[in-house]
Design a protein around this ligand. Structure first.
Ligand code: DGJ
Length: 729
């Protein structure tokens, strides 16, 4: 690896100012890092021309780039600490600024070292940019040489001032079975905080990613838009403070409440990265920046197509038994699927996992249910030509488990108080800050994989929050480390697992979509979007989730009708068409499908395999949002050369003689001609556009004429269309 310390283009002007340009091809962050002075922010937005920078430096308002608490306490701050001598005031100045170029990686690291004016106390603000994506990752590294520990009480990863105006915030919220809801609101005076304190999972109720639309109400296709994603798996706090100043002051980082961190002399506290991006192409443009960056630099196996799978959960729940499981494996193989995943219910000896009250922690096969064990299932999968995957929930235990009998001190528990139980009234969270627990969690994975190396996929679940505060492992004065050390422990285990098992596919599930975050995705291939597989609600949830995560991360399964979560009945085409816009899978008992449903799904699986590279590795263009309330949603994927695309159209409301908006396409090459083919066709009558050739220019200006409904006998409340576009010479 060749690293070059770039002579910093600190064009030190006549005044006390030193420009520091952190840039990607299309995005610039301009800072003032004059040694001995305050570290200041000047600009963030579209890439700057070098020729403009001196005048910008001289004329734009400079504001704190990373304000700390102490000498300007009436203003928002990103950092606060109690120093060894008890002082709560910190005051820092730039000590140095360096830019290091790594030619092999095509990346540049910018490091601004801030030093307290009184104490040997340092904050390094770091920025990482890569040549081929428009995301700036930024974080801080905090250290000191004071006599005693310094207690960190606020430690945002980043601070970004955003000029006041008609600025709108987009963020996701939800609940179990209703994850990834998109909220868009104008920023008004006051503090808007998006926060999660679940302790274990962090994306069910709120999400640690946001967008700021600078030109008024967010638009999917146009408008200056900033995106920010905190890459962390634990409690977070994203706040926008709109006060009397000219700025919306945005801070993002670990939630510091009840997490004061005692930083030892010489220790370095590294905050999680905040991924920052900018696009002129609206919210969809920012999403594409995140998707590309994620697939290339953050997501495990971001360049590899995912398999089509059948997961057993909604098909059989805890009723695991060998003949049924083997039958399901045969069915998915026959339908063209590539992987079968055995969900919860396969384990437990002394305390069999017959329901959610027992067995968690005891990762031994229940021989009553599976006499031939995992080997038998792997053999069956092999003979069917499919792969096999299995469910675990290694961070947890049940009160009724041999693990808890042996290690009652491994659980998270308030000192001296009774344990607090979660799912099933018996579930407990293991204290991952404890190295012995980390070893246990690693071993759960390691034992399975070393004993059964043919396992292709692990579904890693986590179904309980931290409900009480306390660690048997931490010292009395270290109790506030509980949350942070939990996630450090989690990451340590994930890192070890990936070192040893780089190839296995791992899904992050957490009571559905509780772990959709960029903190875990370096170790996980995908996440379960929600336990709710109702296709209508999934249109909304997947729309929201796609704001920050690419299609290949979003496990999206065809399930039974009526849906188990909502009891809504929907036609198979609608269920298939919605599931196909993400990582396609099935979540049902195939033997309960009608012949028609089975045949339709089988054809769709075949089709999906052909279009999978475009959906999973292409660029997403969100075209018409279901949240607009117009009764229709449409999106498309386009491959990089803009030769192939797939267009999805869903009706979300059905009223007789109601008119739905015509949807123009996006992302195509205006000069190329594209042949349209309808996929998953259910009507007897082909669409008028089927087989026709249109220019990209026409399609992007007009789209195609689509009937609002399917013909009889397929007419229902739920219409959907999938079109494939292929460039022709
Ligand atoms: C919660 C998950 O979200 C489900 O998909 C399933 O795996 C269950 N846990 C199993 O207990």
């Amino acid at each position: 690896m060749r690293m070059t310390l770039l002579a910093l283009a600190l064009a030190v002007g006549a005044g006390a100012s030193a420009q520091l340009h952190v840039g990607t091809s299309n995005v610039s962050l301009l800072l003032d890092a004059q040694p001995g002075e305050r570290f200041e922010y000047v600009y963030f937005g579209p890439a700057l021309a070098e020729a403009d920078i001196p005048a910008i430096m001289a004329t734009e308002t400079h504001v704190d780039a990373y304000p700390v608490y102490g000498m300007d306490v009436c203003n928002p701050y990103a950092f606060a600490a109690t120093h060894a001598d008890g002082s709560m005031a910190t005051d820092v100045r730039v000590e140095s600024a360096t830019q290091t170029r790594d030619e092999a990686a095509g990346s540049t690291t910018t490091r601004v070292r801030l030093k307290d004016t009184m104490y040997p106390f340092y904050i390094d603000v770091v920025y990482l940019t890569r040549d081929d994506c428009d995301v700036i990752e930024t974080w801080t590294e905090i250290s000191h040489q004071e006599r005693k520990p310094v207690t960190l009480t606020e430690f945002a990863s980043a601070y970004l001032p955003i000029r006041r105006g008609d600025v709108w915030l987009s963020h996701l919220n939800g609940a179990w079975g209703n994850e990834g809801n998109l909220n868009q609101e104008k920023l008004t005076p006051g503090i808007k905080t998006i926060r999660n304190i679940d302790g274990v999972r962090n994306s069910q109720n709120a999400h640690s990613e946001v967008m700021f639309s600078l030109d008024g109400k967010p638009d999917e296709r146009k408008g200056r838009t900033i995106g920010a994603a905190l890459c962390y798996s634990g409690n977070f706090d994203l706040s926008v403070n709109t006060d009397a100043s000219a700025w919306h002051r945005f801070t993002a980082g670990i939630d510091a409440d009840n997490s004061a961190y005692p930083l030892a002399k010489g220790e370095v506290f590294v905050t999680p990265a905040l991924a920052l991006t900018y696009s002129d192409a609206g919210t969809s443009g920012v999403s594409r920046n995140f998707h590309r960056w994620g697939r290339k630099y953050r997501l495990c196996h971001g360049d590899t197509e995912r398999k089509v799978l059948l997961n057993s959960w909604e098909g059989i729940y805890f009723d695991v038994n060998e003949p049924v499981v083997k039958e399901m494996m045969g069915d998915i193989a026959e339908m063209g699927g590539e992987l079968f995943v055995l969900d919860d219910g396969w384990f437990g000896d002394k305390y069999p996992r017959t329901g959610d009250k027992s067995g968690l922690g005891d990762w031994v096969i229940d021989r009553n249910k599976l006499p031939d064990g995992i080997s038998g299932l792997l053999k069956a999968a092999d003979s069917l030509g499919i792969k096999f995957g299995i469910w675990i929930e290694p961070e947890m235990a049940n009160k009724y488990s041999e693990l808890y009998d042996k290690h009652p001190d491994w659980i998270v528990q308030a000192p001296g108080r009774d344990p607090i139980y979660g799912r099933g009234g018996t579930q407990l969270v293991l204290d991952l800050g404890n190295p012995a627990v980390q070893e246990h969690v690693f071993n759960v994975f390691d034992r399975l994989m070393s004993e059964y190396p043919a396992i292709d996929y692990i579904k890693w679940d986590a179904n309980m929050p931290i409900k009480n505060h306390g660690s048997h492992y931490q010292s009395a004065d270290g109790q506030s480390r509980l949350y942070i050390d939990y996630h450090r422990g989690f990451e340590n285990v994930c890192r070890r697992i990936r070192q040893k098992y780089p190839d296995v596919t791992v899904q992050a599930c957490a009571s559905g979509g509780g772990r959709a975050n960029w903190g875990i995705l370096p170790y996980f291939d995908e996440f379960w979007v929600s336990d709710n597989t109702d296709p209508l609600q999934r249109v909304y949830m997947q729309w929201g989730t796609s704001y920050f995560f690419p299609a290949m991360t979003m496990a999206s399964h065809i399930s039974a009708s009526p849906c188990h979560a909502t009891h809504r009945a929907t036609p198979i085409k609608y269920r298939v068409d919605v599931a196909m816009s993400g990582r396609l899978g099935l979540e049902l008992q195939p033997k309960h499908m009608t012949d028609f449903e089975k045949e339709f799904s089988k054809k769709a699986i075949e089709t999906y395999k052909q279009i999978r590279p475009v959906i999973q590795l292409g660029d997403q263009y969100r075209l018409h949002s279901p949240y607009e309330g117009d009764g229709v949603a449409a999106l498309m994927y386009v491959d990089e050369p803009r030769d192939h695309a797939v267009f999805f159209w869903y009706k979300t409301e059905d009223f007789h003689n109601h008119h739905y908006p015509r949807v123009a396409m996006d992302g195509l090459d205006p000069d190329k001609m594209y042949r349209i083919t309808e996929l998953n066709r259910i009507d007897d009558n082909p669409l008028a556009c089927d087989g026709q050739i249109f220019s990209g220019a026409w399609l992007m200006a007009n789209g195609v004429d689509l009937p609002y409904r399917h013909g009889m006998p397929y007419m229902s409340d739920y219409s959907s269309r999938v079109l494939r576009l292929d460039a022709v010479d």
